[in-house]
Design a protein around this ligand. Structure first.
Ligand SMILES: [Zn+2]
Length: 128
């Protein structure tokens, strides 16, 4: 996956602002390059989890229909940048290729994963 630096920085800024709550976003682009971000609302009241507003997600999918939905982004404000059991369950059936997690502690760290069949596979993150 290729992440443009301005997109990476905007995700970092947004995640820091949302912390200690998790930040969520959809990532769009062409090929393996992320070119656009659509920030979503985390409707969960709890820390350390996220819940999506289905109507908002459907609206975003319609809005960006000229681009390919490449990734789902969320932050882990205090946890490592690896998918939790809930993240793996939630990824099931989405057919989104990349699951990007930004851990904020001890220092910001982006990691990308492919998740299918309950299995998690690391994916390189290249900055551009
Ligand atoms: Zn997570």
């Amino acid at each position: 996956m290729i992440l443009r630096s301005e997109i990476g920085y905007s995700l970092l800024e947004y995640s820091l602002k949302e912390a200690p709550r998790e930040a969520v976003a959809l990532l769009w682009g062409h090929g393996e390059t992320i070119t656009a971000v659509r920030i979503l609302t985390n409707i969960s009241k709890e820390e350390g989890v996220f819940e999506l507003d289905e109507e908002e997600v459907e609206g975003a999918v319609r809005e960006y229909q000229n681009l390919t939905l490449l990734g789902f982004f969320h932050s882990h404000p205090t946890d490592i940048p690896a998918p939790s059991v809930q993240d793996i369950d939630g990824a099931e059936g989405t057919r989104i290729p990349f699951h990007v997690i930004l851990s904020l502690k001890p220092r910001p760290c982006f990691r990308c994963w492919r998740i299918f069949g309950g299995q998690v596979y690391p994916e390189r993150v290249d900055w551009e």
